[in-house]
Write a protein that binds this ligand. Structure first.
Ligand SMILES: C[S@@+](CC[C@H](N)C(=O)[O-])C[C@H]1O[C@@H](n2cnc3c(N)ncnc32)[C@H](O)[C@@H]1O
Ligand SMILES: [Zn+2]
Length: 413
């Protein structure tokens, strides 16, 4: 945790700014706090592995006692909330000689199919659409002026988009799952400021802090939608924007539907902030076919009808609601890797890639990716070894545009 992030934190319950308690749990170096305890007017919160945990429950109390007893590793393992077998496996992984990968870590840290969703996140249709929207809108004034919050941001796939594209004062990644924040800081978005907090409670930030608040593929899983809507509006600057890609529609069919509302209800919750509703299906179609994003097309709840999901942008900046022509960047910020959805076999000097879904459930949920991912692809290069940009030459850009190669964080898999 950056030391100066302290000025941005508020206790979710009493609202006061917590400060670091100077006891033997405190480990800090110049502007970085690795571990310690934060105290506010009403309670205390642990900072573990550089992540402030603004949650009060049995696990965080246990972690705080472990910190105070001088056992930061024990506090770290407690917050990961693993059973015995997975704790042993994770300890072993951390001790291995070669660098660990995101895939190895997520396989242990996630107890269910969420790990699959995260590992393959970089090319699924909801990610591609959210990425295009966030990349575009975050470049717009006045959103460039302030900090960004990626709320319920998981292990940081979209946070990475914003830390690499936005000329920003910083990006805060908030999620209730400590293990996801650790994956983000360790692999996916090392430049983000992680904060562990529960979006069903008041958010641990002061009024008007962020120029952009984004909540992707998560609103449907929040019970306290009314509280969260008010909270997002409180912490967003008056000239800022609340961007909510992929929210489930209670009138449509969805996998892992959560607790969705009807489009009119989402609109009502954000009504003081000028919410515009967009059809995910139309946005994705335009993006894939014409490389455009039409934010002029504000739909009524009736027009959204029974479409499974929608995107909401709420802002008083009317100028943001226009049509954007997108430019796909070819810059590589991490390392070029074969999209893990492809199985690669080498045949002489060529590589044959076959689209292979990890599970039948994944195939069913993200079937729309077949609009842009070909079943088989032959590439005149050896893709079974680390990819050489020299060998691929101008083909690299083309393969990236077709999502056959991805710009993955180092040590992703
Ligand atoms: C489907 S994932 C989406 C992750 C990320 N926003 C993305 O689009 O890649 C939903 C995320 O919401 C988080 N989440 C769910 N309920 C939450 C809560 N009450 N407080 C904070 N985060 C929550 C989950 O931990 C998970 O990371
Ligand atoms: Zn407090």
């Amino acid at each position: 945790m950056r030391h100066d992030l302290l000025t941005l934190l508020r206790c979710p319950f009493c609202g006061t700014q917590p400060s670091l308690i100077n006891n033997n749990s405190l480990v800090q170096e110049s502007n970085h706090v690795e571990s310690g305890v934060l105290g506010c007017a009403c309670c205390a919160f642990p900072v573990v592995a550089g992540i402030p945990v603004m949650v009060t429950n049995e696990t965080t109390t246990k972690a705080m006692h472990e910190l105070e007893a001088g056992h930061p590793e024990a506090a770290f393992l407690s917050l990961l909330e693993l059973d015995k077998t997975r704790t042993t496996a994770f300890r072993k992984l951390l001790q291995q000689d070669k660098p660990i990968t995101y895939r190895q870590a997520v396989d242990i840290l996630s107890s269910d199919e969420e790990g699959t969703y995260f590992f393959y996140r970089f090319t699924d249709p909801t990610y591609l659409l959210a990425k295009a929207l966030l990349e575009t809108i975050s470049q717009e004034s006045p959103l460039t002026a302030g900090m960004t919050l990626d709320l319920c941001g998981g292990s940081g796939h979209l946070t990475r988009v914003m830390t690499s594209s936005k000329p920003t004062k910083g990006v805060v990644l908030a999620d209730k799952a400590f293990w996801k924040l650790w994956l983000a800081t360790h692999f996916v978005a090392p430049e983000c400021n992680p904060v562990c907090c529960d979006a069903n409670q008041p958010l641990p930030f002061p009024r008007e802090t962020f120029s952009m608040v984004t909540l992707s593929d998560a609103f449907s899983y929040i019970w306290q939608k009314r509280l969260l809507s008010e909270e997002m509006m409180r912490i967003c600057e008056p000239a800022g924007a609340i961007v909510i890609p992929h929210v489930h529609n209670a009138l449509g069919e969805n996998f892992s539907a959560g607790l969705p509302l009807e489009p009119a209800a989402y609109q009502e919750l954000l009504s003081p902030c000028n919410p515009h509703l967009f059809s995910d299906r139309t946005l994705l179609n335009d993006f894939l076919k014409c490389n455009t994003l039409d934010l002029k097309r504000n739909l009524t709840p009736e027009t959204i009808g029974r479409e499974p999901s929608l995107t909401i942008v709420a802002t008083q900046q009317q100028s943001l609601f226009r049509e954007y022509s997108l430019t796909q960047t070819d810059a590589v910020t991490g390392s070029l890797q074969v999209n893990p959805l492809y199985r690669v076999t080498r045949q002489g000097n060529t590589s044959v890639l076959t689209l292979t879904f990890p599970t039948p459930e994944y195939e069913e949920e993200f079937r729309a990716c077949q609009q842009y991912l070909k079943d088989t692809v032959t590439v005149n290069a050896d893709l079974t070894n680390p990819i050489s940009l020299e060998e691929l030459g101008s083909d690299a850009k083309d393969l990236m545009r077709r999502y056959i190669l991805i710009d993955a964080p180092p040590h992703y898999y």
